[in-house]
Design a protein around this ligand. Sequence first.
Ligand SMILES: Nc1ncnc2c1ncn2[C@@H]1O[C@H](COP(=O)(O)OP(=O)(O)O)[C@@H](O)[C@H]1O
Ligand SMILES: [Mg+2]
Length: 407
Amino acid sequence: MGHLCCRTKERPPPRARVVFVPPAQPISVSGWRRARALMDYFCAKVEGGFGGRYVLDRQDDPVSGRHGCAFFFWDLKEKKKVVLKMNVIYDYTDMSDPDDSLFPKNGMDILLWSGVRHPSIVRIDGIYSTTNLPGYAPTSGLKGFFLEFCYGGDMWSLPRMLTEPEVQRLNGPIYYEDSEAVFMPFIKNVLEGIKCLHDRGFAHTDIKSENICISRGEDGNAKATIIDVDRLLDFHGNPQYEVERSGDLYIVSGIIRRLIPEPSPEVLELDRYLSSFECGEKERHALNAEQALRLYAKWEAAHGPGMRVKLLPSPSPPQHLIDAYARKADGDKFDGRSHTDTEETRDTNGDDCRGRHCSVPVQANGKTVLRSLGGWVSAGSLWINAQVAKEYGLPGPWVRIQNWHDV
Ligand SMILES: Nc1ncnc2c1ncn2[C@@H]1O[C@H](COP(=O)(O)OP(=O)(O)O)[C@@H](O)[C@H]1O
Ligand SMILES: [Mg+2]
């Protein structure tokens, strides 16, 4: 117990990696501006790290969705384009079970660590996270996921994509009357992807046309790839969540109806099954992907495999960037897998927090630390890690230190 007495006189340096900010819902214009500044900072860190492996493709504007932004990078080692998906809104996160770096987990983490690999589900290649964001507390942080780039647009833009000159050159003209033969194979991809998730005890819970992208399969044909797994739900076999699985499939019916204006009887039968979930609010009909794929097989038996649309390979980085990277002696230092950044994050946290610059933000921007209700406090704040809170005698376990809008 002796050492405990000493600790009361002289506080030990905080050991923990103190992380995480989900900045609040940046609904205001100024909120978004600040979020964007953080994202730009994050991208600059990615470009500055990894031995110069990743360079932002400045010709390709980032795309923002509901939760965050997808940035497009050249991976000069693999000579391909990749996506860095960064979130600034963290709903659907598991705050109570943070990852190794004390960031909250969401569906992306669940998918990455589950080891699920499927051609119809976006491949997550790695995580990059950084803390100590400029202008924010040392506890602040952002996390992004490197994803396979699906360059054919999403399901909304699929009909238009098929009319693009290079697609027509590869495939010959695609006619309106072909729509069922053209679109049904994409529906099969989606059903197979959903089945894979459901078989593993997950529900996607955010299936919609914008979250299904087109990429090029190994056979050179276009395929549908389910993206945006932020809301992936691991329902551990709990029947209460059965409804989420049925919901994934039900949404596919709307996609079919939009893509196929004059459905054959087999498409109608599949659609009737998928939309049966809607009928009878109280006794909702549970759907399963296996049955949907059986009905798909009936369509295939009647109409053949459908038309597979060929795509050109995904674009390569400009040669001068590849050459510049190859010339770098340390170009191969990083492997780009998960915890790619941790070298850096660990250094930052470890060194800074041991050094005199590490001030635990008891007061952030003049605002006093607020007591949390236990667990993570609600979205919209910056947090301090429990361990550090304890070492500094702060109320805990998790302590709100400042508000996004107050920064
Ligand atoms: N792997 C990817 N390949 C190509 N585009 C992508 C990819 N991931 C995301 N995008 C684009 O970024 C948009 C937003 O990404 P998404 O993961 O859906 O985020 P949000 O949760 O904000 O909706 C998508 O609708 C899509 O246009
Ligand atoms: Mg989305």
